[in-house]
Design a protein around this ligand. Sequence first.
Ligand SMILES: O=C(O)CC1=CCC(=O)O1
Length: 260
Amino acid sequence: MPMIDADGCLLNVSVEGRDGGPTLMLSNSLGCTLQMWEPQMKALTQVFRVIRYDRRGHGKSNVPPGPYTMERFGRDVLAILDDLNIEKVHWCGLSMGGMVGQWLGANAPERFGKIVLANTSCYYAEPTKWLERIDAVKRGGIAAVADAVIAGWLTQDFREREPEITTRMKSMLLASPVEGYLACCEALSTLDQRALLPKIKSPTLVIAGRHDMATPISAAELIRSNIPGASMTIIDAAHISNVEQPHAFTDAVVGFLTQR
Ligand SMILES: O=C(O)CC1=CCC(=O)O1
């Protein structure tokens, strides 16, 4: 896997799949690495060349000191594309990955074909929950918030049915570098990208989770209704819908990206 330099920060990048096919770039949720896309990789790599990466502060990427911003995350993506000599990609980002997708769709429209924004938000009316999480992690590490975060990521029904996947997701979260996690939470505490949405001109699919309390259907509807022509699909899942309902998620993404 190449390490790509984005303004001094080395980012862990993986490129797999169909050579010469259309390129799809995947972007992670907070506290997840590029491994979160494993349930989609077999299907996606049959159709697309797939780029995955660890956002700065996550996984095997560097953890430079914060603050981080959506603009910084977006410029990291453009640095990856420039380094790989790729002019244009489709985008699928979940949660923070969807927030970065909003920034990119509005600020670098020529680099993006179609855009999928899954389980995401453009704005938090109430930053308190992020400030409380920052405080809890500073005091007790990620372990202090892990059970509550996992309860938001996956429904109780799924956690009971799939204890191994649940444990794997929790281990991924617990392995997050604390400084990187905190810097991302700080970026989320001031998130307001409402003004960017009408500037997104790429065909856009918004995916929402019926049981997602972190970025509820109302947050998805705010995004859908402000992006010209955007459509929305609701999946029977909590926040990490690509893990909880992998087939429904993959079908929605492939169907949207391949439809003429
Ligand atoms: O990790 C969470 O609690 C949910 C979340 C919100 C933004 C994001 O990327 O993840």
